[in-house]
Design a protein around this ligand. Structure first.
Ligand SMILES: NC(=O)c1ccc[n+]([C@@H]2O[C@H](COP(=O)([O-])OP(=O)(O)OC[C@H]3O[C@@H](n4cnc5c(N)ncnc54)[C@H](OP(=O)(O)O)[C@@H]3O)[C@@H](O)[C@H]2O)c1
Length: 280
């Protein structure tokens, strides 16, 4: 149990997912403070979680040992810049979940010399089944890394990556990944309807298959190729379907999709990157 003050800037989807996860673990609501612009969101935070929510961001972060930045990337510079005097006085750990925003930009908006950990969570964090990539520059202390990891672990799996560029690949894999599985399940559902299945049955079976495959993959040793082989009998139905997918170069299609997402993440970092954004 931690008794430190933990502050959030932004109490929207991701902020709420993290707060909900933390409260289910080892954090008491009286230790969480949220700076949130929207009045209805503040009321919901107090009602649903019993945490203090204020429109005054400086008051929310004052005295906090950790500040979690959970506003939209395009709002981050405008939110952090006026808080620089408070941040420079209190020097908390900043954990940013903002997609694409570089450490150098975040540090610069805070006035410099603030430990920053970047996290790239994904949407299933909302149901406690998230996948988060974490990155921190080598100067960030082990205790700060451990604190950031424990916060993000409240929403699911966490994995550290060694470079900031690798976080763009995390964005392409697990950040955007749920949409790829949703697309596949949607296409499978439609194909089953076209083959004569009732729409409601096709939808329920498709969603349950997505859920079941995910649970099975997660419960095992992570050897996806072996798990696939185990459900693919020689000369059977699964083998027939996989042969069609492979002949359409599904491997190349997926590789190109992840390349496009990685590239787009880097372009977006340029758009929202702010003062310290890299030039490449
Ligand atoms: N949701 C996801 O699946 C997901 C996945 C990975 C990463 N992320 C990252 O998480 C971050 C937050 O995303 P989200 O989906 O949680 O967005 P969101 O639901 O829009 O939440 C952001 C919240 O911050 C508030 N806000 C805006 N300006 C503010 C200010 N000046 N002071 C205090 N609060 C302010 C917003 O209020 P208003 O509505 O009034 O603007 C909103 O309630 C983003 O940077 C995103 O890249 C999200």
């Amino acid at each position: 149990m931690t008794h430190e003050k933990l502050a959030f800037l932004g109490g929207g989807n991701m902020g709420r997912a993290l707060i909900g996860g933390l409260l289910q673990r080892d954090t008491r609501p009286e230790h969480i403070f949220v700076g949130e612009a929207l009045e209805s969101a503040r009321a919901a935070l107090s009602r649903d979680f019993g945490v203090a929510a204020t429109a005054d961001n400086a008051a929310a972060i004052d005295g906090a040992s950790v500040v979690v930045l959970a506003v939209k990337p395009q709002d981050a510079g405008a939110v952090l810049t006026p808080l620089a005097p408070v941040l420079q006085r209190t020097r908390p750990l900043l954990v940013s979940v903002c997609a694409g925003l570089r450490t150098s930009a975040l540090e610069a908006w805070c006035g410099g010399n603030i430990p920053v950990v970047r996290a790239m969570p994904n949407r299933p964090a909302l149901v406690g089944a998230g996948a988060t990539g974490l990155f921190a520059a080598s100067r960030v202390a082990a205790a700060h890394r451990a604190r950031a990891e424990s916060i993000m672990r409240a929403t699911g799996e966490v994995v550290w990556v060694p470079t900031e560029d690798a976080l763009d690949v995390v964005t392409a894999l697990s950040g955007s990944g749920p949409a790829y599985f949703f697309l596949l399940a949607e296409l499978m559902m439609q194909a089953a309807i076209d083959l004569g299945l009732e729409p409601d049955a096709a939808r329920r079976l498709s969603v349950a298959t997505l859920h079941g495959a995910g649970m099975l993959a997660h419960s095992g040793d992570g050897d996806l190729a072996r798990m696939r082989a185990e459900v693919t009998s020689k000369g059977g139905t699964t083998e027939a379907a996989l042969a069609v997918l492979n002949s359409a170069d599904i491997k190349g299609i997926v590789a190109r999709a992840l390349e496009a997402a990685t590239r787009r993440g880097r372009e977006m970092a340029q758009l929202f990157g702010g003062p310290g954004a890299p030039t490449r």
